[in-house]
Ligand binder design. Structure first.
Ligand code: B12
Length: 316
């Protein structure tokens, strides 16, 4: 079988498994690896020390899975509309991607199935190892190189047919698959809506995000107190932030809700009762939210976020 035919079969299977787009690239060093070096050196990773630990492998993806020569990159839509404004007072908003089962868990099975297809098409001992988010993989850079979209000024991978509300998954393999052309165009043009809309001015320049100022980082990754000047800008956001994506014309035009059983959406997760969350007991938090991405900040982080959102509501 030719590498082209093999790649076409992998892409067919990816679509059948619910991945909207799928591309293949090689594991040569990412052309923008320098950006990561600068980003880390200027402290923009905040307390995400794993980003420092993983930096070497991110710069040299051929070392991530020894023997692998190709990476199959897929995207999965997670768009869901927000509850209608104005948000009911006493409620905190959760980012769209997290209104259901933790995506690391939800997408592992379909990715594994795709990996099995790659193994089936390859030689007897084919390598096919899956990654989604966790792991030292420069996912956006590889996705762009696999032809799936461009890197927007908000740093998101933007698919020209679907926008940016998607997860990225990857499979490292040694199967002989034909590679795709990179997505070279920059379709942001002169637009700077994402940069201007960020309430905390987290973009010091186009395509650079200072995590320390990003509401997503503050509510999910940051431990401890949040500086009051930043907390005041969080509004009613209690987990993650979608503002730089919500204002993007590509999302306004193309974002579509696709029913996805694997994500086990729960509409109640879109808006959280701030009074209850402010004082939730650890055990109750684990019972109610242990299956979601809210587990990352945990009960301690979510109590903090809910108290900030409640106090912001009083100020309004
Ligand atoms: C750390 C991290 C964060 C941090 C830092 C984000 C950031 N912008 O760096 C925080 C906690 C803030 C965060 C927030 C969010 N995240 Co996050 N995050 C990651 C993680 C683990 C690493 C990202 C990273 O390496 N950052 C370091 C910077 C330097 O790298 P980078 O932004 O990816 O940029 C690279 C390329 O874009 C390239 N590059 C730079 N300029 C240019 C220019 C051109 C022309 C080209 C071609 C390339 C290029 O160079 C860089 C180095 O390789 C990835 C998963 C992964 N394993 O990669 C998810 C990931 C990026 N996050 C994701 C999501 C969904 C989010 C949120 C939307 C969640 C939310 N709703 O709150 C927000 C979005 C905020 C934003 N605008 O980025 C998705 C993004 C999907 C997509 N369509 O792009 C990912 C891929 C996870 C996944 N598997 O789905 N995240």
């Amino acid at each position: 079988m030719t590498p082209e035919r093999r790649a076409a079969l992998v892409k067919d299977r990816a679509r059948a498994l619910g991945f909207e787009s799928c591309g293949v690239t090689d594991l040569s060093p990412p052309p923008h690896a320098e950006q990561l070096t600068t980003w880390l050196a200027t402290g923009m990773a905040g307390t995400m020390t794993y980003m420092h630990r993983q930096a070497g492998l991110r710069r040299e993806p051929e070392r991530i899975v020894p023997g692998a020569t190709r990476v199959v990159v897929v995207t999965r839509n997670h768009y869901v509309p927000d509850p209608p404004p104005p948000h009911r007072s006493g409620r905190g908003l959760v980012a769209k991607y997290a209104r259901g089962k933790d995506y690391h868990d939800a997408l592992r099975a379909p990715l594994q199935e795709l990996a099995q297809e790659i193994e089936r098409l390859g030689e007897s001992e084919t390598i096919a190892r899956v990654f989604i988010d966790a792991g030292p993989v420069p996912e956006r850079e590889l996705a762009q190189r696999a032809g799936l979209g461009w890197i927007g000024k908000n740093t998101m991978l933007i698919d020209p047919k679907a926008g940016s509300f998607c997860f990225i998954g990857s499979i490292f393999t040694d199967a002989d698959l034909a590679i795709d052309l990179p997505f070279e165009a920059d379709r942001c043009g002169t637009c700077r809506k994402c940069l201007d809309a960020c309430p905390t001015d987290a973009f010091p320049q186009e395509r650079v995000l200072d995590s320390r100022l990003c509401i997503s980082y503050l509510t999910i990754e940051h431990r401890g107190e949040i500086a009051s000047s930043l907390a005041a800008q969080m509004g009613h956001r209690v987990f993650g932030c979608d503002i730089c994506q919500d204002v993007c014309p590509w999302n306004q035009k193309f974002a579509t809700e696709i029913g996805d059983a694997a994500l086990e959406r729960d509409a109640a997760l879109a808006e959280i009762d701030l009074r209850k969350m402010s004082d939730i007991a650890d055990a109750e938090f684990d019972r109610s939210y242990g299956w979601t991405a809210l587990e990352r900040p945990g009960a301690t982080g979510m109590r903090r976020n809910a108290r900030i959102a409640a106090s912001n509501a009083l100020e309004e």
